[in-house]
Structures are given as C-alpha cells and as structure tokens.
Design a protein around this ligand. Sequence first.
Ligand code: NDP
Ligand code: GDR
Length: 373
Amino acid sequence: MSKTRKVALITGVTGQDGAYLSELLLDKGYEVHGIKRRSSLFNTARIDHLFHDLHETGRPFFLHHGDMTDSSSLTHIIQKVQPDEIYNLAAQSHVAVSFEEPEYTANSDALGSLRILEAIRMLGLTKKTRFYQASTSELYGLVQETPQKETTPFYPRSPYAVAKLYAYWITVNYREAYGIYACNGILFNHESPIRGETFVTRKITRALARIKLGLQECLYLGNMNSLRDWGHAKDYVEMQWLMLQQDKPEDFVIATGVQYSVRDFVNAAAKELGMEIRWEGKDADEVGYLVTQSSVPGTQSSRAIVRVDPRYFRPTEVETLLGDASKAKNKLGWTPKITFDELVSEMVREDLKGAERDELVKKHGYTAFNPHE
Ligand code: NDP
Ligand code: GDR
C-alpha cells in the first residue's frame, strides 16, 4: 500500500454515490479501496471502468468483499487498509423497501455504522481515520420547519429514516466520546444517469424513454404530489470529500434549495423527449395523457402513458423536503453546479441511449434482458 498517497475506504462503492466518489478521489490522487458485498450476479457495473489489469499500471483502485451486517469482515478490511478516510455510503437505501425489510434495514443502516465506528475505536485509529456518515433529509420526515437546516428537529417517517437517525447520533456520539473526526452529511435527494432504476427520477426517465420508442406502454407511479429537492450526485460527492478536509468535524446539510413535485419531474422529462402530458383526475385516479395532434385537426389523442398505482403509496409518506445549505455555502464555499433542468436532460439522454440499444436488440429478433418487466 502506498505511503505517500492518502488512502480512502468506501462502503457502498458499487452504488450511485460510491461510483462518483471513487472517480473523484482517484482524480485527486487517492488510493481507493471499496467494500462490495457478494452477489449472485455481477454488481460492479457502475465501477467497472475504474478497474485495470493487475499486471498493468493503472489507478490504485481495490475491492474487498464485506457486508455491513458482518463486523468481522468490516474490522478485518479496516485493519488491512488502514484508511485515512472512511466514507460510509453502504445502506439498504430504498425507503419503500424498508417497510418490507425493517429489521435488515436497521441492521445494515444503523448497526452497520456502529460496526465501522467500533472498528476505528478498537483498532486504535481514532486519531488517524476520518469518518463520513451518509445521513439523509429523510431524517426530517414530517417536517417541523421549512426549509430544513442543521438545527431543524428530526421526525423520521420510515424504518429507513429511523435506522439512519441512529446512525446520525452514533456518529455524533463517537465524535464527542472518542474524539473521532466524524461527520454527518445530511444530503437531500441526489440523482444521476446511474441512479438505481427503482428510485422515482430514474424510473421516470427510463420509462418515458422506452414509451417514446414504443418499448413500453405506460408508467405506473405512486404519490405524484411529493415534493423533493433534487440535486446531481456528482455535485454532492464533492461535498462528502470536502467535509472530511476541514480543521474540525461538523455536520452539514447539502441541498439545492429548489423544490419540485414528482409530477413536475415527469413533465420536465417528457418535455426533454419532445412529449407533452395532459393531466386529469386526482390522487389514485390521476392519469397522464400523451398530447398528440391527431389526423383530425383540433382534436387530441387520449393515450394514457402515466397512471397511479396505489401499490407504490407508502404507509407513512414524506410529503415535502426543501433544504437550506447556507452553512455549507458559507463554511465550505460549496454550491451545486448542475441545475435541475441539466440533471433531467442528462438522465433522459442516457436512458434514451439505453432504450435505443434495447430497440435494436428487439429489431434483430432477440429479447432484451429487462429485469424490470
Ligand atoms: P445506492 O442504493 O445506489 O447504493 C447503496 C450501496 O450500498 C450499494 O453499493 C449497495 O450494494 C451497498 N449495500 C447495501 N447493503 C449493503 C450491505 N448490507 N453490505 C454492504 N454493502 C451494502 O445508494 P446511493 O449511492 O444513492 O446512496 C449512498 C448513501 O447515501 C446511502 O447510504 C443512502 O442511504 C444515502 N443517501 C442517499 C441519498 C440519495 O438521494 N441518493 C440522499 C441521502 C442519503 P449493491 O450494489 O450490492 O446493492
Ligand atoms: P426517497 O426517493 O424516498 O425520497 O429516498 P424515491 O425516489 O424513492 O421517492 C421520492 C418520492 O417519490 C414518490 N414516488 C415514488 N417513489 C418511487 N421510488 N417509485 C414510485 O413509483 C413513486 N411514485 C411516487 C415517493 O413516494 C417519494 O415521496 C431517496 C433515497 O435515495 C434515500 O436513500 C435518501 O435518503 C433520500 O432519497 C434522501
């Protein structure tokens, strides 16, 4: 292992943020180690481009098998890697899924963070290793103040958010009790073309691109009225790094300060594809029709391309989130560079390319492997 380069360890390296953060740290000259869990299928698609043949000189990027629910693997890896910085990004990160798997979510998202902090402590790394905890705007849940900032009281509304609340406080506690340089990044939703396909933004851009090419009939969504503060993951991982480069550890809200509804997101993605949607009905009966000029002048077709499926409603919903990142702006000089429109445009463009690939495969008589249908 290099003596001159800073060494970073990333849990959740195969996820959206893990991939962007790995790139950022490698570009900054770090030696990067990532923890990936065993899977029956390949799960490294987002980071495959960072690998290199071990016999060639390439970027110092290494993977280790481990799991947030397994202290032995985590402690062993931390002992071996002796990281200067740990970015704890691994989590069962889907809010809706956390209602179905609450205990597993608590184990990986709450106790997982404790396991890493304990490893730092037990291995005598409290003065050496800095720790970043991927905290979340979901902590605000049933919001007590708008916009939300570092001092806004928490009111979690899902097993995911409750697990993350434990992780938030155990990070603060280990900072205060043992003097570990440990920070919470309270990040609001951030998206990208490599966002997981079941989060609402990616589900929308992917489905509309496929509808545009005739590969899919309709997009089914849950709560269309949810309001979110959506930023770009690339901007947000820069903040994760910045937070660990300060003189003293602190917690920061990271957000754009602009809010849109799920319906707004659908409209923006449709516009990007040259489509227009006319909305009718309310709540579970809301339907989005594709506006097309039919052959009879003055009339419009009424093909439904978006419908609400109450299956996607959550037992307790977070209706509105809007962040105030003034502290990060003032103390760290951070502002997001990528706008909402640019984010939507990039996501749509990339999903259109994917849909075009699937269309080509279909045209040649093959079935595209599409796990989501
Ligand atoms: P992803 O869901 O894309 O990635 C999660 C990562 O965690 C994946 O690499 C996943 O592995 C890994 N993981 C899940 N469970 C385990 C486990 N038991 N052991 C080891 N690894 C595991 O999330 P994001 O990249 O979007 O988010 C990163 C972190 O930031 C998460 O903790 C999330 O909760 C938090 N967060 C995200 C926000 C967002 O808007 N994206 C906002 C605020 C916080 P695999 O690839 O095998 O599934
Ligand atoms: P969120 O993101 O729950 O905010 O958590 P998600 O994209 O899943 O939902 C955002 C909002 O959209 C509504 N919604 C739907 N959501 C999904 N997934 N699928 C649908 O079909 C659908 N229809 C409407 C949801 O009800 C919700 O209100 C994300 C995750 O990345 C967390 O890990 C992270 O902590 C928070 O963002 C900040």
